[in-house]
Design a protein. Structure first.
Length: 303
């Protein structure tokens, strides 16, 4: 059971501004979809102008991952990325609190037969990456099949409660704390489907350096262990924002002969599926994360 089940959003004076912002967001979500997306684009472009540090991270990541691109192309994708990030903020709010009626006609989920086939055999790890459409993609999946979301508690207790509760309502299943390995394994062994994104880490724990776009990158290796301990199939799925304010979520077949005894090979295989998805819509991946902050011993820093 999720810790959110018996928690209410705090109502003390220190959270009055949070309540006001929450109410304002709920009201703004009543605006027409094109207006919301235009606002999101504006937020992203403004943030790009104001945050030189994040602009540097995005531009560096693109230069390192796509050295064969021209500077002009990298600059274009970087600009599009900030616009995508701004829209992603609005889309996350829509994913949590908008009605099915407002969203259903804008999204499609392809390849559900792969998920269904895997779930007939037991638990499933829903493997994906951190894309700017992440929250909205989860909402579209939840419209088709219930699943458990993994979550990392937020520092602000108000937003921790309201966002996690919103995810649970939409996914129709309790959330699983990211660090609660026992709860995660139990959920998988009971035949549950759990969302999992292993493409962000700055800790050496359960991680190793494997190639990401040809660059040795500290990457979580826990997917193999979770699949083995949870007796679960691993089904990759990746989202994409389409023209006309539409969305597509694509499920692939469950990974065959996974896990193996070679954890590094397993992790490299997962990273390769992520790279394929990123190449389809590079501006929509979360390039603001300092993915290359940790370097192998003896290699120079990137940022």
């Amino acid at each position: 059971m999720s810790p959110m089940a018996n928690r209410s959003a705090p109502k003390g004076p220190r959270h009055w501004m949070d309540w006001c912002l929450y109410g304002l967001i709920r009201l703004l979500l009543l605006l027409p979809y094109p207006v919301l997306m235009a606002a999101g684009t504006g937020i992203g472009r403004l943030f790009r102008r104001l945050s030189a540090s994040r602009r540097h991270v995005v531009e560096t990541n693109l230069r390192v991952c796509f050295p064969d691109w021209t500077p002009a192309r990298r600059d274009t994708v970087a600009r599009e990325h900030f616009a995508a990030m701004g829209r992603g903020i609005i889309e996350a709010s829509l994913a949590w609190w908008a009605s099915d009626r407002k969203l259903a006609g804008r999204g499609e989920v392809v390849g559900l037969e792969h998920l269904d086939r895997a779930m007939e055999q037991g638990g499933v790890i829903l493997l994906t990456g951190h894309f700017t459409t992440l929250e909205l993609a989860a909402r579209y999946v939840a419209m088709q099949r219930p699943f458990h979301a993994m979550y990392r508690p937020l520092d602000n207790s108000f937003w921790d409660v309201v966002t996690t509760r919103a995810r649970e309502i939409r996914s129709q299943r309790p959330s699983v704390p990211r660090r609660d390995l026992r709860a995660l394994i139990k959920t998988l062994r009971r035949g549950g489907a759990v969302w999992y994104g292993p493409d962000q880490t700055l800790s050496h724990r359960n991680s190793a350096f494997v190639p990401f776009f040809g660059v040795q990158t500290l990457t979580l290796t826990a997917t193999s262990r979770l699949a083995e301990m949870g007796r679960a199939r691993v089904v990759p799925f990746y989202p994409e924002r389409l023209p006309g304010h539409r969305y597509r979520v694509v499920f692939g077949p469950a990974l065959e002969q996974f896990p193996t005894e070679d954890v590094l090979a397993d992790t490299g295989r997962i990273t390769a599926t992520l790279e394929d998805a990123i190449r389809r819509c590079p501006e929509q991946y979360f390039w603001m994360h300092r993915r290359f902050k940790k370097r192998p011993k003896g290699e120079p820093q990137i940022y």
